[in-house]
Every structure is written in C-alpha cells, then in structure tokens.
Design a protein around this ligand. Structure first.
Ligand code: UD1
Length: 420
C-alpha cells in the first residue's frame, strides 16, 4: 500500500490543470449504455481507479470499451448487451456502480444489481433510486443483497425525492429518458454534474429540461444515438488545490474548471481571507498570511459541498479564531477529525457539528486516509504542518485524484509517493 511523505511548511505557487470530473464522467459513461447504435466517444475522462471499476462493469455487461489514458478519451459501444446482472464484486468497490441500474433496466427490461459498497460514510441507502423506479412502473424485489427491477418499458410519472440525491437523480434520468411519456423529478439534485449528464443525454437525442433546477422534466424517446462528448472539469479537484494554497500559503491558479461551480466554496475562502481572481475557465487564489475562522454548513448544491468539508477543515485548523462546520449531507463524515488531531489540530465534534479552535501551528505525524475526500483533507493539512507527515492508505485518494502528489509537487510542495 502506497503512502505519501510530506515535508510541510513550504509555500506553493504556480498553475494546475484539473482533470475531467470523476462525478460527471461516471454517470456519463454509465449513460453510454443507453445507446444502442454505434460507438460513443467521451473526452476528458480522468484515468482513475473508479473509472476502471466502471469500465470493468460495462465490459461485464457486454459493452466494448476502450480508454486511451494519455488522451483521456474513452469509446463505448453498447450495441449488444449480454448480461443484465451487476455483480457484488464490482459493486462493492464503488457505490456509484449502482448507476448502471437505470441503463440496464431501460435497455433490457430487467436489471439485477447488487446493493452498493464504496466509501464508508455511515448508512448510505438507495431507497430513493428504488422508489423512483417503482414510480416509473418497475416491479422491484430484493433477495440476498441483490435488487431485481423489471419493466418491459418504464412509464413516465412524477417522482418526489424526500431529499436531493445526486446519483439518485441521475439514475432516474436514464430510466425516464427511454420511458413512454413524461417524467417530472421534484426536488432533483442541482449539481453541475447532473447538468453535464443532461447535456450529454440531450446530445444523444434525449429530451431533458430543467437540469440544474429542483424540477426536471424528461420526455421519453424511443432510442438514443451514440455521440461525442467532453466531460466538465472537476470542481472538487479544483477546490482541493485552492485549499492546498490556503494551508501551505502562497498562490495557485487552477484551470480547466468553471468558477461558477465553486461559488459557495470561493465565498467561504474569501471569508477566510483569500483573494480570488476569476478568469475564463480558471481561478487564481492568493492565500492570506493567516486564515480567519469561518462557519460552514454542508448542503446539496448550491450549498457548500460535503466532498470539500475535510479540506475546509484542514484550512481552518490553523485559522485565527473558532470555526464551526455542520455536516448535513452524510451522517458519519468526520473520520478525518481524529487524524487531524494527531497533527495537533484542536477539533471537537458534537452530533453533526465540528468546532475547530484554530492553533498557531500543526506538526507532522503519521495519519490514515479513510475515504477519498478525508484523505485529500489530510494531504493538505500535511502541507501546512511543520515537519514530516505520512499519509497512509493513499489508494483511497487515488480513487478520486489523478497523481495528486505530482501535481502538488509541480507547484512547490514537498510530497512524495512511497510504494510499499
Ligand atoms: C454523490 C457523489 C458524492 C457526494 C454526494 C453528495 C457521485 C459519484 N458521488 O454521491 O461524491 O459526496 O453525491 O454530494 O456523484 N440518500 C438516501 N437515499 C437514497 C440516496 C441518498 O437517503 O436513495 C441520502 C444519502 O444517505 C445522503 C444524501 O441522501 O445522506 C445525499 O446522498 P446522494 O446525493 O445520493 O449521494 P451520492 O449520489 O451517493
């Protein structure tokens, strides 16, 4: 298991380009399963482990898939699908594999999909996905950890989500795209990645309107055709680098991302003392000498993203004053707190709120990544700590960040991957 060794306390300066967004690439690749004719070409695909997991799933289902990792280009030919079962072995590696339920059901009339695994962020049910497909007329049963959904053709309906679910919205979009009649999703997720999926599906002939708003309307069509599409830039990777500059000090320019996708994040970083300059397709951030405390609440988009909560916490560990972060999206997303304490952070947690009493300095220690984003938070905390920090279990981080150590080293961070 590889680890990162970080000699912290060095300012960073320079320019970084983000990869395509993992959380847009995954639903778009799964969406390519809907296309019966020809081969879709997808650009800006990040060469990450989670993408490999989904590729393996597509191949298992009978699709022909290629990925040129250098060019970041994938082709998917889903003309013939030969299996309708998504096995546990692939599902347990990544929760987002559950996204294949909608496409398999819409294409084949029946899907047998294992309940998902992936990051351990407390209980993460899929009831909203299931209720949505039931509302579209699917018969659903559960047996031995597998969900079976069947419907010769789904039928449009109005679906009310109790709360906005990101992949839940995307899963229903697939089913509704090929359903008979019109579907409305009320309380849909508004994330930029949902809009990217809608743009991709519409290019392929779907009729989706209202993506990016809480009410989405999808008029079902008979079939979709293959397309060429380029995935949006990764706002979470961009946010991580901006926060790296906040913990290490210095300035960084990130390109390949729309600043509008990071509105709330930039607002919080400015509150903490950052100077930001928005450019076309990029953001320049200058860190203050010392950050100020801020309060934040994670919330579905356009709220502060739960996926950047650990990184923001890393920034606030050394801020002047007391900050509070309330986590409202996931029940159990503070696994990084114990690890940040090992670096000298003063953080207490009561229920879903963390109180961060900013300290003058952090000092290096060995810490362990427990999921993608907690791991990213520990890396950037390590950049701001004096001495040596070792971040163990970086395979979690590799699921969501492509060669993050090389990118950070290219702007002056002292970070190395040690294979073991
Ligand atoms: C997606 C992102 C993940 C991000 C999360 C929240 C991808 C591949 N992953 O995950 O990085 O952290 O959005 O922004 O895009 N819920 C239910 N029932 C359901 C579905 C969800 O109760 O059927 C709950 C979840 O437990 C959670 C909340 O709804 O508390 C939001 O989860 P959801 O938006 O579905 O997250 P994901 O789509 O899994």
């Amino acid at each position: 298991m590889d680890k990162f060794v970080i000699h912290g306390g060095k300012k960073i300066a320079g320019r970084l380009t983000v990869e395509g967004a993992k959380n847009a690439a995954l639903p778009i690749i799964a969406g390519a399963l809907l296309m019966k004719n020809g081969e879709s070409t997808l650009h800006n695909i990040p060469p990450l482990r989670d993408i490999d997991t989904l590729m393996a799933m597509l191949k298992h289902l009978g699709a022909a898939v290629t990925l040129d990792r250098e060019k970041r280009t994938m082709t998917v030919n889903a003309g013939t699908l030969t299996a309708n079962t998504a096995p546990y072995d692939l599902m347990r590696q990544m929760r987002a594999s559950f996204l294949v339920l909608g496409p398999i059901l819409a294409r084949m009339g029946k899907a047998v999909v294992s309940l998902p695994g992936g990051c351990s962020l407390g209980p993460r049910p899929v009831d909203l996905h299931i209720k949505g497909f039931a509302a579209l007329g699917a018969e659903i049963s559960e047996d031995q950890g597998y969900i079976t959904a069947s419907a010769p053709r789904l039928t449009g309906n109005t679906i009310y989500f109790d709360r906005p679910s990101h992949t839940g919205t995307e899963n229903i979009m697939y089913g509704a795209a090929l359903a008979s009649g019109t579907t409305r999703i009320i309380n849909a997720a508004c994330d930029p990645e949902v809009i990217d999926l809608a743009l991709f599906l519409n290019k392929a002939g779907a009729r989706i309107s209202g993506a990016g708003t809480p009410t989405m309307t999808i008029e079902g069509v008979e079939s979709l055709h293959s397309v060429e599409y380029s995935v949006m830039g990764d706002r979470l990777e961009a946010g991580t680098y901006l926060m790296a500059a906040m913990t290490a000090g210095g300035e960084v320019e990130v390109s390949g991302v729309e600043a509008s996708a990071l509105d709330m994040v930039l607002k919080k970083l400015r509150e903490a003392g950052a100077e930001t300059i928005l450019r076309d397709g990029g953001i320049l951030l200058r860190a203050p000498e010392r950050c100020r405390a801020v309060n934040a609440v994670t919330f579905p988009f356009p709220g502060f993203p739960t996926d950047l909560q650990a990184c923001l916490m890393a920034v606030l560990t050394k801020a002047e004053g007391i900050s509070r972060i309330r986590e409202t999206v996931f029940e159990d997303r503070f696994s990084h707190v114990m690890e940040m304490r090992r670096l000298g952070a003063d953080i207490s947690v009561a229920a879903n709120e963390a109180t961060i009493n900013g300290v003058a300095a952090l000092s290096g220690a060995a810490v362990m990544a427990s999921d993608i984003r907690a791991g990213a938070g520990l890396v950037i905390a390590g950049l701001g700590a004096s001495g040596t920090t070792e971040v163990l279990r970086v395979y979690h981080i590799d699921r969501g960040y492509y060669r993050v150590e090389e990118k950070l080293a290219s702007v002056g961070a002292d970070i190395q991957r040690i294979a073991s």
